[in-house]
Design a protein around this ligand. Structure first.
Ligand code: BEZ
Length: 211
């Protein structure tokens, strides 16, 4: 069955470049990004992994653990990691799942046979501390992901988990936000003491509450 937002992220055991991992135990109470790569020793994946590794401190600052996956075995990942370090100037610093039996890829529906029946697509699952799936993205093999966008959505997910706000188009951390419809104007006076601008009764803009 397809995984949907709000579902508990399926648990699994897998071989990774850091040894055997039980996903839920490994994640503990952190946030997690689980992302798949179509194939080892391919150019777009090489750039994505190097860039993601460069953002280690940004993920750590947000209490996010990163784990990659491809259907190639762990020993192949280890060989490929040397190329990633050489070409991207950055060693991979998160575990990569070796999913040759496609156990995890099938569990997370990462193989889309009408796109390609042997490789995974570029899936991204962002999972919260409560183990629930908060965001799902799917890109084709030919389009590298925007890893900065992952940090941006994590900022939004973490903010909206703690405050009754939503983030508008192209929002980035520090920008104004929207008060959700669940909050009455009366309650908003307490919850958003900096005030708000009601562009429409349903569009109330307020400064980001935790800044
Ligand atoms: C790549 O990462 O460059 C790639 C992987 C699989 C198919 C096409 C491109």
């Amino acid at each position: 069955m397809a995984i949907r937002l709000g579902d508990i992220a399926p648990d699994f055991e897998a071989d990774t470049t850091d040894g055997k991992v039980n996903f839920h135990e490994w994640k503990k109470d952190s946030w997690a990004v689980l992302f798949s790569h179509p194939k080892d020793f391919t150019p777009v994946c090489t750039t994505e992994l190097g860039y993601t590794a460069k953002l280690k401190d940004e993920f750590a600052k947000r209490n996010v653990k990163v784990i990659g996956l491809s259907v190639d075995p762990v020993d192949s990942h280890h060989k490929w990691e040397k190329d990633i370090e050489e070409t991207q100037g950055q060693a991979v610093n998160f575990p990569m799942i070796g999913d040759s039996d496609r156990k995890v890829a099938d569990l997370y529906d990462m193989i889309h046979p009408n796109a390609n029946d042997t490789m995974t697509v570029r899936s991204v699952f962002i999972i919260g501390p409560d183990k629930k799936v908060k965001l799902i993205l799917t890109y084709p093999a030919s389009t590298g992901r925007n890893v900065d966008e992952l940090l941006r959505v994590i900022d939004s997910l973490q903010l909206t988990a703690n405050y009754q706000v939503a983030t508008p188009v192209n929002w980035t951390d520090g920008d104004d936000v929207i008060i959700t419809a669940a909050v009455s104007d009366e309650d908003a006076k307490d919850k958003f003491p900096k005030g708000w601008k009601a562009v429409k009764p349903y569009l109330r803009i307020t400064p980001q509450p935790n800044k």
